[in-house]
Design a protein around this ligand. Structure first.
Ligand code: MIC
Ligand code: SF4
Length: 759
């Protein structure tokens, strides 16, 4: 296996996938009695057993993905779990990418040096564990996982999983790329199938073409407005139509990337000339040639295009000619505004119009094309006597992109209007941002080209109002210094006091001089791996070896106290915050110190604190959880809609499990979080009647009955016990498949792998 671990996808792997594609597609058409969408073709081609029963939104199916990618903040827990399985090497090509742990403060060079210093123990662990188990290792400074994957590994018609919710970025190259928790990655790396429910299909028909100030980001901001943060749950979003083919590969990746924000399983575009051009420009001519030979099978069938509604569960029409620039926020990525209207909305809502910081980058928008467009605005702005009126920061997506935009003078253009270039990493997108000059007691507005804008996400400050938009709009707003500016209609006053207007951005899809290689940041696993030692210091406060969780004891859950009833949004950022807590991502006990710190207590409206059922005192949630754990007392957490929205981080499931949670009851769950809970042996349930949520009081207890009979498609019965002895019975739903019921009984999926490996 480790021979296949290189800095690119070997052509043999691609050829293998394409070799079985035509036949799987043909038999799929026969089986369904109709034409196939692209997503269906790729899924059918990656079924472990081609004959498996398949039904949308119903069957759980076993897939064999072509690769696994992990970023440093999630890889630690994934690989700590992998280590306990006792295998000599990973069963599928896998890579680790160091991108999340770099704090943005002074600029690229100093920040990277600081990160290497402060995270040396974790990097060393990841480097050696990768070397030991045959995993490719991308060092700090190599760039954001999804950009590195797009530039090196993604290929049309492939299937991959990644321990990060924005893994669907690779859909820009026509890949089914799914974000998962670490335990799912462990399945695949240990040779087990990837098990996921066969998705529904949402088709997005794109007509017309983008122009002027509109860019691919506006497509997904529009889709987020239409579908909302939960509208894509359990679905693959497939783009098609002439508008789809008019977008560059990196533009398509932007759209697919942010599909994570609508909860979609993944998003993808059909193979086209833009993808071929991108593959060729990134040194993958052989893959482009191979893709050409199965071109028809890398696009939806004509029958689908002729009658989309007969093939998709839902069809959305977007005319790109009519699509204007958009900006979404604050606090939720689906809170959409037309750029022209956001100033009025801000005045109405009391959001500061003044912008405190403008940021370009993240895995969503940091491609060569993105930077050329932004730089084109910067160049003309400088020529017209303008400068950024707010802090402006740029994070290149990868070392290759950074080296190329530096060579082509684009970084200089951005610096020319006052921009600062940060390290090739996630940085402020994940709270790795030190803002010493900010007064945290005052509201402040930031604009960025990122994807998520939940409270506290970027700088840990709940008073920061974050708006997501395209890099073009970020630059325009940075030059204006205010939200209330539309470059299509408004003018700016330059240094000489003249009114000037910005021309629309112009971009280049691919560098004319080819990509510059930049620094070599890849480490292949050594041929002889026997001598590699993986060290985890028992005294470490950043890494901790994992102990298997206890199996279920066969007893029903009786009168469990409630640790938390969350009100409104309870995303993974609310459950297990990132930013300063990222340093504990390899230490389950320490990171459990952040459990539910961002959650809003439905009984009090307070954030992060609740009533301790043991003594009635008010304490931070993680402290109560620790006390319950130490007292051997199981507990329940209650969530509202779309519980666990956002990240793939399985810490949001492992922490409650570690602290002795038994049941997580919610109105609804985000897909990855729900799976993560099941994987760790927890019981995620949804209220059959959403109003049951309202019935639950602070001092109530919850019972769940007949767990021995837990079975697919059968509701679970529960009881709410009131302090005065009254009881309210309720019904709850779940999505356990027969196999997943076994995870529950074993105390987590990993225990099953361990047993199989041992036995
Ligand atoms: C994010 O964007 O929230 C993250 C940080 O990339 C996460 C992964 C993590 O929490 O480590 C994600 O999107 O899955
Ligand atoms: Fe990194 Fe932000 Fe992308 Fe997550 S969304 S991978 S934190 S850049």
């Amino acid at each position: 296996m480790s021979s296949a671990i290189s800095a690119t996808t070997p052509i043999e792997l691609v050829q293998e996938v394409y070799a079985r594609l035509p036949e799987r597609v043909a038999s799929g058409r026969e089986r369904f009695g109709r034409g196939l969408t692209l997503a269906e073709k790729i899924l059918l081609n990656h079924l472990r057993d081609a004959e498996q029963d398949v039904e949308r939104a119903r069957t759980y199916n076993d897939f064999g993905p072509d690769r696994v990618a992990m970023q440093d903040a999630t890889a630690q827990m994934a690989l700590l779990q992998f280590m306990t399985a006792g295998l000599p090497e990973v069963a599928v090509p896998s890579t680790v990418h160091c991108d999340h742990l770099i704090l943005a403060k002074e600029g690229a060079a100093l920040d990277l040096k600081f990160a290497l210093d402060t995270n040396s123990e974790v990097y060393e662990f990841l480097r050696t564990v990768s070397a030991k188990y045959g995993i490719g290792f991308w060092k700090p400074g190599s760039g954001i996982i999804h950009q590195v994957v797009l530039e090196n590994y993604a290929f049309p018609g492939g299937m991959m999983i990644g321990t990060d919710s924005h893994t669907p970025n690779a859909g820009g190259l026509g890949m089914v790329a799914i974000g998962v928790g670490g335990a799912d990655a462990v399945d695949v790396m240990t040779g087990f199938p990837f098990n996921v429910r066969w998705p529904k299909l949402i088709g997005v028909h794109l007509t017309g073409a983008l122009s002027g100030w509109s860019s691919p980001k506006d497509i997904i901001l529009k889709v987020a407005e239409i579908l909302t943060v939960k509208g894509g749950t359990g679905a693959i979003v497939e783009y098609f139509g002439p508008g789809a083919d008019s977008i560059t590969a990196t533009g398509k990746a932007t759209v697919c990337n942010m599909g994570a924000e609508i909860g979609a399983t993944t998003s993808l575009f059909p193979y086209d000339d833009n993808m071929a051009a991108y593959l060729r420009a990134t040194g993958r001519e052989a893959i482009a040639d191979a893709a050409e030979s199965v071109r028809g099978d890398l696009r939806a069938d004509d029958a689908v295009l002729a009658d989309p509604s007969a093939h998709f569960d839902q069809v959305i029409e977007i005319d790109l000619d009519q699509l204007g620039p958009m900006i979404n926020g604050p606090h939720s990525p689906d809170r959409a505004h037309q750029l022209a209207d956001v100033g009025d909305a801000a005045r109405q809502e009391g959001w500061p119009l003044d912008i405190s910081s403008a940021l370009i980058g993240s895995c969503t928008n940091s491609s060569y094309e993105d930077i050329t467009r932004a730089a084109s605005i910067a160049r003309q702005a400088k020529a017209k006597g303008l400068r950024a009126r707010t802090q402006l920061m740029i994070t290149p997506g990868s070392e290759q992109t950074r080296a190329t935009i530096e060579r082509d003078g684009l970084l200089a253009d951005l610096e020319g209007i006052g921009g600062t270039v940060l390290a090739n990493a996630c940085g402020p997108c994940i709270g790795q941002w030190d803002r010493p000059d900010l007064d945290p007691s005052k509201l402040n507005t930031i604009v960025n080209s990122y994807n998520r804008n939940f409270p506290k996400r970027n700088d840990g400050n709940a008073n920061t109002l974050s708006f997501v938009t395209s890099p073009d709009t970020v630059i325009a707003l940075a030059l204006a210094g205010t939200l209330d500016f539309d470059p299509r209609t408004d003018t700016l006053t330059n240094e000489a006091g003249e009114e000037v207007r910005l021309d629309p951005p112009v971009g280049e899809a691919l560098p004319q001089g080819g990509f510059a290689a930049g620094e070599d940041t890849f480490q292949a696993p050594p041929v002889d791996r026997s001598a590699v030692e993986v060290v985890v210091d028992p005294q470490s406060d950043r890494l901790q070896l994992l102990e298997p969780f206890e199996p279920w004891d066969g007893r029903d859950y009786s009168e469990l106290p409630i640790l938390l009833k969350a009100q409104g949004k309870c995303t993974t950022d609310h459950i297990s915050a990132a930013g300063p807590w990222l340093k504990y991502r390899g230490h389950l006990e320490n990171i459990s110190g952040n459990l539910y710190l961002g959650a809003v207590n439905a009984f009090t409206g307070e954030v992060g604190t609740g009533k301790d059922p043991l003594d009635g005192e008010t304490r931070p949630f993680p402290e109560i959880a620790k006390r319950l754990h130490e007292a051997g007392q199981g507990w329940v957490a209650i969530g509202d809609e779309n519980m666990g929205e956002g990240s793939s981080r399985e810490h949001a499931a492992m922490e409650p499990r570690f602290r002795n949670a038994k049941v997580i009851l919610a109105r609804s769950f985000a897909r990855i979080h729900e799976t993560n809970l099941k994987k760790q042996g927890l019981l995620p349930l949804t209220f059959a009647d959403p109003a049951t949520y309202d019935e639950i009081g602070e001092d109530d207890r919850i019972s769940v009955h007949d767990l021995g009979a837990l079975a697919p498609d059968t509701p679970v019965r529960g009881t709410i016990h009131k302090p005065d002895g009254a009881t309210v019975d309720f019904e709850a739903h779940h999505t356990f498949s027969p196999e997943q019921v076994e995870w529950f009984k074993a105390g987590g999926a990993l225990n099953i792998i361990r047993q199989k490996q041992a036995g």
